[in-house]
Design a protein around this ligand. Structure first.
Ligand code: ATP
Ligand code: MG
Length: 390
């Protein structure tokens, strides 16, 4: 009976020195939750890799789907575990070619962690390469093969496999601290959020809506987006805040060109209250410099001025195409292009301010008495939990 396993290679953890085992522990915990519904015997660390043993090879597609979303993993290999004996390695390697069409080309890529083993990686490549060639008639192609047979020699075992899958890399979620991400149902903020998740930061989210003046579609879309992001982070909290009354007060008192900036400042002030109460270290936004006329450096300064805590903008230097490509890759794009009315764009004035002067913005805001209004409006905050497995 073959022991089918998965070997996971980690990303960046090699840089972590003495902290490495702490990062690995969190990654193993994350893995055990991600794999909750799939069979395996054990997850352990072996010489800097993670080994998942006794998997069910009829469920390869499910393991792939699940492990591709675990942040901190660079790639993973479906493999068979073999005793460290070259005859056994030959035998198992050949068995992997049993269904392969004879016109294909192949390469052997060996890696030897156990430097005490008598054969070097190059020796193994030559011995197994020749054996496969003679027994299958397939040709070798070292630069662009159809099949790359990976052989890893780790401790007293060898692992052979032909299916290696690239993952997102980054750091395991939960190894960074906690942040609060401002999420609309557009394309940018889910991608910005993903970029922070990939740095190990645990995110919760806040969405502002203008129901009933706008439909509740944006809330529904945001919940669907968070279901997708939960593929990477498993669980999150969503704060929902009805902004309409605050918006109406702003629109009653202030010149229309300042509306959007004051809406945004109100969002920041409310997010700050939640962040301080719940220990979120920073806010995250999908703002991008120059993408639309209002996303100028002056406006970014005017928005930051309303926040005591730093606002991180992971997409500030991206162009739209890069953001769309990433949204497609992480699975949020299709939901983000669903129609919705955003609480800001719905009330967008004909000539919004593009180069806000701070003193003027602060003066306009005092006219509304925004800080006082927020003290009572904050009671309308709602909180929901969203998780991958309900
Ligand atoms: P997105 O595609 O993320 O909506 P955008 O390019 O449409 O971004 P804006 O609408 O100017 O840009 O919003 C900039 C950022 O402000 C968003 O990325 C998000 O972080 C935050 N934001 C905007 N609207 C909302 C909202 N209704 N609730 C929470 N955050 C919001
Ligand atoms: Mg938007």
């Amino acid at each position: 009976m073959s022991n089918h396993v998965i070997i996971l290679h980690l990303h960046e953890l090699t840089l972590k020195g003495n902290n490495r085992s702490w990062f690995e522990k969190i990654l193993i915990k994350n893995l055990s939750i991600h794999l909750k519904h799939l069979p395996y015997k054990n997850i352990s660390i072996i010489s800097g890799r993670i080994l998942i043993t006794s998997i069910n090879i009829n469920l390869i597609k499910d393991y792939k789907e699940c492990l591709s979303c675990v942040l901190g993993i660079r790639n993973f290999l479906f493999a068979i575990e073999v005793d460290l004996n070259i005859e056994k390695i030959k035998d198992k390697s050949l068995s992997l070619f049993s269904d392969i069409n004879s016109h294909k080309t192949f390469r052997i890529s060996s890696r030897r962690q156990n430097k005490n083993y008598k054969l070097t990686s190059q020796d193994i490549n030559c011995i197994i390469g020749e054996y496969i060639q003679v027994n299958t008639g397939l040709k070798v192609n070292l630069t662009n093969p159809d099949i790359d047979l990976v052989i890893e020699v780790v401790n007293d075992k060898a692992f052979v496999g032909i299916e290696k899958i690239e993952a997102f890399g980054g750091l395991p979620v939960g190894t960074g601290e906690k942040a609060l991400s401002l999420i609309s149902s557009g394309i940018d903020s889910p991608v910005a959020s993903f970029n922070l998740l990939k740095r190990g930061v645990k995110l919760d989210y806040i969405h502002f809506h203008s129901a009933p003046a706008t439909s509740t579609q944006s809330i529904y879309n945001v919940e669907s987006l968070l279901k997708v992001l939960c593929k990477y982070q498993l669980q999150c909290n969503l704060y929902l805040f009805p902004l309409l009354d605050i918006q109406n007060k702003i629109m009653d008192v202030v010149d229309s060109k300042f509306w959007i900036l004051l809406f945004r400042r109100a969002m920041m002030k409310i997010s700050n209250i939640i962040a301080l109460e719940n220990n979120y270290k920073v806010l995250v936004s999908g703002e991008n410099i120059g993408q639309v006329a209002s996303q100028t450096l002056s406006n970014i300064v005017a928005i930051q001025d309303a926040s005591h805590i730093p606002i991180i903008r992971p997409l500030s230097g991206y162009n739209k195409e890069e953001i769309v490509n990433q949204a497609e890759k992480i699975g949020t794009y299709k939901i983000s292009i669903e129609p919705y009315q955003d609480c800001c764009s719905y009330f967008v004035p004909p000539n919004p301010e593009t180069k806000a002067k701070l003193e003027r913005i602060r003066y306009q805001e005092q006219k509304v008495n925004l800080d006082e209004i927020i003290k009572t409006e904050i009671l309308k905050l709602e909180k929901k939990e969203i998780s991958l497995y309900e």
